[in-house]
Design a protein around this ligand. Structure first.
Ligand code: NAD
Length: 257
């Protein structure tokens, strides 16, 4: 369904790796609803996969962004400020943990691996918010992506569980702090979906199988379903929704293990 609920809105999308990315499902929905998009890609290796997608949704800003690179991040927001003079919403759909830490026990996680996972997957959301805030002159929406493994222990999700728990905490605190400026902060919590990042989680196929079997709808989610919910959340129709983690998981989260 195409609507124009985002007509005139400017949005930043961080997290497209390819056409399977959750961020791509969201970008298509935002574009279909009339938003203009700035799209980032991790590095030159990612560019050939991301650029054609960004061009498909006519993004006027397509730039590299590694969130660990302060200069790139500053430059991105300067560009948005110069070109648009404002920002209405931002999607943070990124995660990373070094493989050896992701595949081991949380108990054994190295300090370095833990800090890297936290930095890229969690604190980067605050850094983006900090730079977006002055541009959200008409209020706005900051959206991130979490997973059920931040709430309950999910086998093989490892250190990403505590990292997502922290991210969900950030959502609440940032929502409280930014509410006065009419900047809303929310997290999408999709069920498992086969993406590049998901491929890093051991036995991911089993997770998909369980999600299908145990969810009331007995279905796996798709990135377009996440996009539809995200489109609502960044629109003015969701102006009273903030500080929330919303599930798009075919109801999996309500079931006892
Ligand atoms: P994906 O591989 O398509 O996207 C992950 C993105 O993170 C990539 O675009 C990658 O370039 C980016 N990234 C990694 N390190 C970065 C850095 N230093 N700077 C900038 N970008 C960086 O996978 P996805 O599944 O679409 O992941 C998007 C988000 O959704 C993640 O936060 C993930 O935890 C979350 N999520 C995924 C699932 C799932 O099952 N796939 C379920 C729930 C939540």
């Amino acid at each position: 369904m195409t609507t124009d609920v985002l007509k005139g809105k400017k949005g930043l999308i961080v997290g497209i790796a390819n056409e399977h990315s959750i961020a791509w499902g969201c970008a298509k929905a935002f574009h279909g609803a009339g938003a203009e998009l700035a799209i980032t890609y991790l590095n030159e290796k990612a560019a050939p996969y991301v650029r054609p997608l960004a061009e498909q949704v006519n993004a006027p800003i397509i730039v590299p962004l590694d969130v660990t690179n302060e200069t790139e991040m500053q430059g991105l927001f300067e560009m948005i400020g110069n070109q648009w003079g404002k920002l209405d919403f931002l999607l943070h759909a990124i995660a990373f943990a070094p493989k050896e830490d992701l595949h081991g026990r949380v108990t054994d996680c190295s300090k370095e691996g833990f800090l890297t996972a936290m930095d890229i997957s969690c604190h980067s959301f605050a850094r983006l918010a900090h730079l977006a805030e002055p541009l959200m002159v008409d209020g706005g929406c900051l959206l991130t992506t979490t997973y059920y493994g931040g709430e309950k222990v999910v086998e093989h999700y490892g250190v990403m569980g505590p990292v997502k728990a922290a991210l969900e905490g950030m959502v609440k605190y940032m929502a409280a702090e930014l509410g006065e400026k009419k900047i809303r902060v929310n997290a999408l919590s999709p069920g498992p979906v086969a993406t590049r990042a998901a491929g890093g989680i051991a036995h991911f196929d089993k997770l998909l199988e369980e999600a299908r079997e145990q969810s009331p709808a007995h279905e796996l989610i798709c990135t377009d379903c996440v996009g539809a919910y995200a489109r609502f959340l960044v629109s003015d129709e969701a102006r009273l929704v903030t500080g929330s983690t919303v599930y798009i998981d075919a109801g999996f989260n309500i079931m006892a293990a």
